[in-house]
Design a binder for this molecule. Structure first.
Ligand code: BG6
Length: 494
C-alpha cells in the first residue's frame, strides 16, 4: 500500500480498550491489507508483561471481540508488527526517551520515514502528562507526521475541555490531534452524509418547510456494567449527549459541504453547534429531562437498579437517561424541534433518527378513506438494524380508494451482502492516513460543552428527588413522554 510508514504507540496497551476495540480493529485492517507495509506497534503500560505475554493478551482480545474469525496466517502477519512492549510509568521521562529511541530506530531501519501515532487508550487524567512528556522528548509538532489520538471523555465541562485543548496545543498542531467520537466511525452514520449529499431526492425537502420535527434516539439495554466508577462522575449527559447525540444532530442538520475535506466538513458541523439555541437556566426544567433506572426486567431477565450497581453510591443522583428538546436557530431549521434521548437499561437497543414530515398541505381524501393517518416519515436506523425506511401512504388494492401507510425499505446488509467494518477500523485507518474528517476538532468539543454546561449546572444545584424514576426495561421516565406530548407529539417506538 502507499500508506506512510507508521509506528503506532499504544499507551494503556494492557487495558480494556486496547483489548476489546483497538487490537481487534487493527487485526481486521491488517487481514484486509489496509495497514501500511512498514508498520509497527509499540505497547506501553504500567503492567509488567513480556512481549510474548502482550501478544498473547491481544490475541485473546481478537479472539473474543473481532468480527472476523482469527486465522493463523493473518494473525502471524499481524503479530509480526507487534514489535515492542514497555512496562513502566506512563508519564515518567524515561518512558518517552525509550519511545524516542525506538521511533528513531524504525526511522533508520525504514530509510528515513516513520510517522509516530500516539494512541492514548488510558485514563483521561493522564492525557496532559503524556502529551507534555511527548513534547519534551521531541515527539510532538516538530515531527510533521506525528499524531496523537485521544479518547472521550474530553474534559468534563467547558473549562476543563479548554484547559485540555490548551495543553495539547502546546505540543501538537490541531491537525495532529485526533479526538475520537466513535459514533462518527459507524458505517450507518457516515451513510447519512451519503444519503443527504449524494442524492437529489432528499435535500430539497430537508428543511423547515417540509420537516415537522426530528427525533434522535440512542437507547441501550445494558446498564452501567463495570464502569460505575467512571459513570458516577459522568452521567448520560456527559457520556452520550455532549458527544454522540450532538454529533448525530450535526450530521442531520448541517449545510451541504463544498467538499469532503476535513476542515470543510467540520466547519459545517460546527456551524450547527453554534446555531443550537442555548438552554437558559430558567428553561432547563422544560427542555431537559433526566432519569435514573430502578430495578426491572430486560429481555426477560431481572436486573438491578443503578444504585445497586458496583461502584455506585446507594443514593446516587447521577442520571442514566436524558431527553432534550433542541432548536437550531438558522434559516433552515427555525422552529423545528429536535428531540434527543438516550438511556441505559431501556426497553430495546436501538439507535435511530426519525425525520417526521409535515402533513400534506391539503387532505383531498375523505377521512374515511384513510386507514391510519400520520404524516410521512423517514427512519434512519443506525444500530442494531442498519437500514433506511421511507414510510408513505399507498392505495389499498380494491375498487374504492383507501390509503394505508407502507414502507420502502433499504437494508445495508441485504444490499451489499457484506459486513460493515467496526467504527474503530474506519477511525484507525483515518488516523494512519492523517484524515481528520471523522474526528472532533477543538472548537467542536468546546461548542458542545458550552451547550451542555448550563444544564449540568442546573442539575447539580437541584438534585433530583424522584430517582430512580424509570424501571429497567422501559422507555425512560414519564417526564420524557411529557416533554414531547406537550408539543402534541410522541416518541416513535418501532
Ligand atoms: C460510549 C459510552 O461512548 O458509548 C458508553 O461511554 C456507551 O456508556 C457506548 O455504552 C455506546 O456505544 P455503542 O457503539 O455501543 O452504541
Amino acid at each position: 500500500s502507499s500508506l506512510s510508514p507508521t509506528v503506532l504507540v499504544i499507551f494503556g496497551a494492557a487495558g480494556d480498550l486496547a483489548w476489546r476495540k483497538i487490537a481487534p480493529a487493527l487485526y481486521s485492517l491488517s487481514a484486509e491489507g489496509w495497514l501500511p507495509e512498514k508498520f509497527a506497534i509499540i505497547g506501553v503500560d504500567r503492567k509488567e508483561m513480556t512481549k510474548e505475554e502482550f501478544i498473547g493478551h491481544l490475541r485473546s482480545g481478537v479472539e473474543s471481540f473481532c468480527r472476523r474469525k482469527l486465522d493463523e496466517a493473518s494473525w502471524s502477519t499481524f503479530a509480526a508488527s507487534l514489535s515492542q512492549y514497555h512496562s513502566g510509568d506512563l508519564t515518567h521521562p524515561d518512558t518517552f526517551e525509550v519511545l524516542a529511541k525506538a521511533i528513531g530506530d524504525f526511522r533508520q531501519q525504514w530509510g528515513g520515514a516513520a510517522n509516530p501515532v500516539f494512541y492514548l487508550a488510558t485514563s483521561p487524567t493522564l492525557i496532559e502528562a503524556i502529551a507534555t512528556g511527548l513534547g519534551k522528548a521531541g515527539l510532538g509538532r516538530n515531527i510533521p507526521g506525528s499524531r496523537i489520538v485521544v479518547e472521550k471523555p474530553f474534559g468534563r465541562d467547558l473549562a476543563s475541555a479548554q484547559a485540555l485543548n490548551r495543553s495539547l496545543a502546546e505540543v501538537f498542531a490541531e491537525k495532529q490531534i485526533f479526538r475520537i467520537d466513535h459514533y462518527l466511525g459507524k458505517e450507518t452514520v457516515q451513510n447519512i452524509l451519503a444519503l443527504r449529499f449524494g442524492n437529489a431526492w432528499f435535500e430539497p425537502i430537508w428543511d423547515r418547510r417540509y420537516i415537522d420535527s426530528v427525533q434522535i434516539t440512542v437507547a441501550e439495554t445494558i446498564g452501567v456494567e463495570q464502569r460505575g466508577g467512571y459513570y458516577e462522575h459522568a452521567g448520560a449527559l456527559r457520556d452520550m449527549v455532549q458527544n454522540h447525540l450532538f454529533q448525530l444532530l450535526c450530521i442531520v442538520a448541517m449545510e451541504p459541504p463544498v467538499s469532503f475535506e476535513a476542515e470543510e466538513v467540520r466547519n459545517k458541523k460546527t456551524d450547527v453547534l453554534h446555531a443550537i439555541r442555548p438552554f437558559p437556566t430558567e428553561a432547563v426544567h422544560r427542555l431537559a429531562v433526566r432519569g435514573q433506572y430502578g430495578a426491572g426486567w430486560v429481555h426477560g431477565q431481572h436486573v438491578p437498579a443503578y444504585r445497586s450497581e458496583p461502584d455506585v453510591s446507594p443514593d446516587s443522583k447521577m442520571e442514566s437517561f436524558v431527553a432534550l428538546k433542541v432548536f437550531v436557530d438558522n434559516w433552515r431549521w427555525q422552529d423545528v424541534p429536535f428531540y434527543l434521548r438516550t438511556g441505559k437499561r431501556m426497553a430495546q437497543r436501538v439507535s435511530q433518527i426519525v425525520i417526521n414530515l409535515r402533513p400534506v398541505p391539503h387532505q383531498a381524501f375523505p377521512e374515511i378513506a384513510v386507514d391510519q393517518w400520520h404524516p410521512n416519515r423517514m427512519i434512519l436506523h443506525i444500530q442494531p438494524k442498519e437500514s433506511i425506511l421511507l414510510n408513505f401512504q399507498a392505495k389499498r388494492p380494491g375498487p374504492t380508494i383507501r390509503l394505508t401507510p407502507v414502507d420502502l425499505h433499504f437494508s445495508y446488509p441485504d444490499a451489499f451482502k457484506t459486513e460493515s467494518p467496526e467504527a474503530y477500523e474506519t477511525l484507525l485507518r483515518d488516523v494512519i492516513l492523517g484524515d481528520g474528517t471523522l474526528f472532533m476538532r477543538a472548537d467542536q468539543v468546546e461548542a458542545a460543552w458550552s451547550l451542555v454546561d448550563p444544564i449540568l449546572q442546573v442539575w447539580e444545584s437541584n438534585p433530583p428527588t424522584d430517582f430512580p424514576n424509570y424501571s429497567a426495561g422501559s422507555w425512560g421516565p414519564e417526564a420524557a413522554q411529557v416533554l414531547i406530548a406537550r408539543d402534541g407529539k410522541s416518541w416513535f417506538e418501532g
